[in-house]
Design a protein around this ligand. Structure first.
Ligand code: SF4
Length: 446
């Protein structure tokens, strides 16, 4: 029977430390009881309390882990249908396929590309999360896995419908602690695949054309001891897939229907790279935990990775950087000093453009509760007094031998007051947008 908020509360540390993002342990307990939060969101729960509470208060969707301990991909344990209800807990991950038709040399090159794709966006590094290795049709699947594991320790998806092929790969030393995801079991091979997943303690994807059959299969797999299951979907019929993946999530989260209480993986089947990007974006929003793709050109994966960042960002947490003094390059006593607000996008846009200008500089970040320059001004979160105090607190004046300060072009009216009330006697009005900063610095900063 489900635990009440009070029963859960009694097992919590009751320190009201707020590390779970809620103001009190009681608020946290009430959310766990109503399945809006997972127990694991409290980082201070001891093992005994965890064990006693976890079964009764288990979240409606299982948390599944793939990959070696040092590079684990986690997904699942989601609690809401819509992000605005609370937040999505774990980013959707992209997996790129390693086709069986590739020669060993081509496969090695493709693995290198997959693991080296990195895009920086607003201070975060966006990457491909997993490598999906096709095994059927390869003369020596074990050798293919060895080749991949020599190149990368990324979490792996083993694609084969033949349990014997999967088992041969699971036996090798290189996969002992790699915890790959087995892809995939259906009505034909569910017993053998489930036994394999249970024996090797690895997660397993289960697929079926209808949700009723899928639920029966996950029950069968669970009865065999396969605990970490993933619901598999393909995009042959996009409308039907979207409907089934939504219904499965709704059944798990709203009805607590355990047989569908697992995260989802979507294998994209598309006619073109363009279609693949569109479909991947669709299922990143609803409700894939992993998406398997074929293409990995930057124009194909960057939009999807960016969308994932947007959808999975916690709407309750302002997107901000620490308000402190940042050094771009190796500034010295002759370097320019700029200030901006602590909204992440504002700071990283400015920092990126200063870096691009190749002029080493100091950027003083003023605490504005995560608001950009204009919003901070409109919301009364920034003032001359606050800017001057921030510069003083960060001891910027002692780092340079000039008294010039570059202020955002959106706040030109601050110039006279800053010059009158601080040691910054020469205030330069910078550009209104970050992308004009390199040209401004090359013109103005001599
Ligand atoms: S993190 Fe745990 S101890 Fe801290 S307030 Fe939340 S529930 Fe209480």
């Amino acid at each position: 029977m489900a635990l009440t908020g009070m029963q859960i509360y009694k097992s919590l540390p009751r320190t009201n430390c707020k590390d779970c993002g809620l103001p009190t342990c009681m608020a946290f307990a009430m959310q766990v009881a109503s399945k809006q939060r997972a127990l694991t969101d409290c980082p201070h729960l001891d093992e005994t309390a965890k064990d006693s509470l976890s079964e009764a208060s288990a979240p409606p969707m299982r948390l599944v882990k793939i990959g070696p301990p040092e590079n684990t991909f986690e997904f699942g344990q989601e609690t809401v249908m819509f992000r605005h209800e609370e937040k999505f807990h774990r980013n959707c991950g992209l997996a790129v396929r390693l086709p069986s038709a590739l020669s060993d040399a081509e496969a090695a090159r493709r693995v290198e590309r997959i693991k080296n794709i990195v895009f920086e966006r607003v201070g975060k590094y966006l990457k491909i999360a997993l490598c999906a290795v096709e095994l059927d049709g390869i003369p020596d699947p074990v050798a293919r896995i060895r080749l991949v594991t020599q190149k990368t320790n990324m979490p792996l998806i083993l694609i084969s419908e033949n349990p014997a092929v999967l088992e041969n790969c699971l036996k090798i030393e290189e996969l002992k602690s790699a915890r790959p995801l087995l892809y995939k079991a259906d009505e034909k091979n569910i017993e053998a695949c489930a036994e394999l997943a249970a024996r090797y303690s690895v997660p397993l994807v289960v697929t079926a054309a209808a949700l009723e059959i899928l639920a029966d299969l996950t029950k069968q797999a669970a009865a065999k001891g396969a605990a970490d299951l993933v619901l598999g979907f393909q995009t042959d019929n996009v409308k039907d897939t979207l409907k089934r993946i939504t219904l499965a999530r709704r059944a798990a989260l709203k009805k607590n229907f355990r047989a569908l209480g697992y995260p989802a993986i979507v294998e994209i089947k598309a006619q073109s790279a363009y279609d693949e990007t569109v479909l991947a974006s669709l299922f990143a929003a609803k409700y894939a935990g992993i998406i398997i793709l074929d293409n990995l050109e930057p124009w194909e994966v960057v939009p999807v990775l960016t969308l994932i960042e947007d959808v999975y960002t916690d709407p309750q947490v302002p997107n901000m950087v620490e308000a402190k003094l940042y050094k771009i390059g190796e500034p010295d006593e002759n370097s320019p000093v700029l200030f901006t607000t602590n909204f992440s996008l504002t700071y990283f846009s400015l920092a990126g453009e200063v870096e691009r200008s190749k002029v080493p500089a100091f950027i003083s970040v003023v605490e504005t509760e995560g608001l950009g320059v204009l919003n901070a001004y409109a919301g009364d979160k920034i003032s001359v007094e606050k800017i001057v105090k921030t510069l003083d607190d960060q001891q910027v004046k002692g780092l340079v031998k000039h008294n010039k300060l570059i202020i955002p072009g959106l706040l030109p009216f601050y110039r006279a007051e800053i010059e009158d009330t601080s040691e910054w006697k020469e205030v330069l009005i910078g550009p209104e947008t970050a992308r004009e900063v390199p040209g401004f610095l090359s013109r103005v900063w001599k």
